[in-house]
Ligand binder design. Structure first.
Ligand code: FCB
Length: 446
């Protein structure tokens, strides 16, 4: 007699369990000063933008999203999204516009900003160097010269004691690998150089700057207790052909140069690891001319891509996290997000990447927080303001903010500290995030 396979009868309705994140998980968004504040006239990017041909469509940061003045309005949004953490950067060139001169009014402004977050019970993560440098510092050679590192440390020594009571996590440097590559190998960012020897010098000096800043920050905290790290851009490299030895070797080399080199240089100077994750590459051939060519042939034929042509491949996130867990440090996702004008695509991206993050926590990777890039649409460096990363749309004419459907989804995730089943089933279904949110709220008696 034929026997039914046990469990053959499907239970109706089928319910996945909610994917619960570890207790105390931090949920936030990320921004950087130059990209949202407006009028950062004393930094190298301001000068760079004013030269023709540097930014897509000749756009400039200008008043940007005017976050410098609208921070309270923006933090109201963060609060309504149930975020319990926020990452921002303070602008070195505003605080230290001329050599040896510090502007106390600007420091007081940042104290106000951070106090405002603290009143809302939002944990703060503050970046000290997010790509921009003061013009005076650029003029004396920036990080090209070892002896200039001391000026960055003077800035750190000046601000950290004043801000320390309001900061939970310090990021010394944002993406040393991207900065070195874009500014000194590809010449697409200021100072626009293509010089590998100089680039390696900058990379080394950034490592020294991080180590010295790490020590300085620890010194101002009682008993040396501080949380200091970097925001590290990590790429998941896959072989294009999994049976090819040369593809395998290319991946090994690319992974070491891009993901591990800076970490090896600065080992033991990290209390946590900040991971910025965006890019997945299928490597056919490695190029060592510069790091932009590491995946000389990045072959992702027919794959879905973001508006910046970065391949969308969520499992790469999981692999990158497993790769970085070798350092045995608590991991915070300091950035992850998508540039797209299609908010349904953003919502699907968010849920599918967070699902991988959830699986990473279940596989033993010690991930403790996630900061979506970005809270607001912002000035995306050489790509200008046409690239839209925000959970919140910015109308650049009126500066009006509108929370997108993906922002409402994120609110539910943050509030429940989970990806609830109803949201999970949204992936791959042709429903709008707005409808999913509406249904979810009906069912959950909001
Ligand atoms: C990262 C940068 C951030 C933003 C995102 C899209 O490399 O840290 O400022 O530009 O990419």
């Amino acid at each position: 007699m034929a026997r039914k396979h046990p469990g053959f009868e499907p239970k109706k309705p089928h319910l996945h369990k909610d994917l619960k994140f570890p207790e105390g998980f931090l949920w936030g968004t990320s921004t950087s000063a130059h990209q949202v504040e407006g009028w950062n006239e004393y930094n190298d990017w301001w000068e760079w933008e004013h030269q023709p041909g540097t930014i897509a469509d000749g756009q400039m940061s200008g008043r940007a999203a005017d976050h410098y003045h609208k921070f309270r309005e923006d933090f109201d949004i963060i609060q309504s999204m149930n975020n319990n953490a926020h990452r921002l950067s303070i602008e070195w060139s505003r605080i230290n516009p001329h050599k040896g001169e510090f502007n106390q009014r600007v420091i007081d402004h940042y104290i106000e900003v951070l106090q405002d977050l603290k009143h809302r019970k939002i944990k703060t993560m503050v970046t000290l160097h997010h790509f921009t440098i003061p013009i005076w510092f650029a003029e004396i050679g920036g990080f090209e010269k070892k002896e200039n590192v001391e000026y960055f440390i003077k800035f750190v020594d000046h601000v950290v004691p004043q801000l320390k009571d309001y900061v939970d996590f310090w990021i010394t440097i944002n993406e040393p690998n991207i900065y070195t590559m874009m500014s000194y190998m590809l010449g697409l960012w200021p100072p626009g150089k293509n010089n590998n020897r100089l680039a390696y010098r900058v990379f080394n000096n950034l490592a020294s700057a991080h180590k010295l800043a790490y020590e300085s920050i620890h010194n101002v905290y009682p008993n040396n207790v501080a949380q200091v790290g970097i925001a590290h851009n990590v790429i998941s490299f896959y072989t294009y052909d999994k049976h090819s030895f040369s593809d395998w070797l290319s991946v090994k080399i690319a992974d070491w140069i891009w993901n591990h080199w800076f970490m090896e240089k600065t080992k033991v100077y990290h209390d946590f690891l900040g991971v910025n994750y965006y890019v997945h590459k299928r490597v056919k051939k490695i190029g060592l001319r510069n790091w932009g060519d590491l995946a000389l042939e990045d072959r992702g034929e027919g794959r879905e891509r973001t508006d910046l042509a970065w391949e969308i491949f969520a499992p790469g996130f999981f692999d990158a996290l497993v790769d970085m867990s070798d350092y045995n440090l608590p991991i915070y996702i300091t950035e992850n997000g998508i540039s797209t004008l299609n908010d349904h695509q953003r919502a699907r991206y968010l849920i599918s990447y967070l699902k991988e993050l959830y699986h990473a926590t279940k596989s033993g990777v010690d991930v403790r927080g996630y900061f979506y890039w970005s809270l607001l649409d912002n000035f995306e460096w050489d790509k200008g303001i046409t690239s839209r990363f925000g959970l919140v749309e910015v109308n650049y004419k009126t500066l009006e903010r509108t929370v997108r459907g993906s922002g409402d989804l994120y609110q539910i995730i943050c509030e429940t500290n989970s990806i609830p089943h109803d949201l999970l089933q949204f992936i791959g279904h042709k429903v709008s995030p707005e409808d999913v949110v509406k249904e979810f709220k009906k069912g959950h008696k909001y």
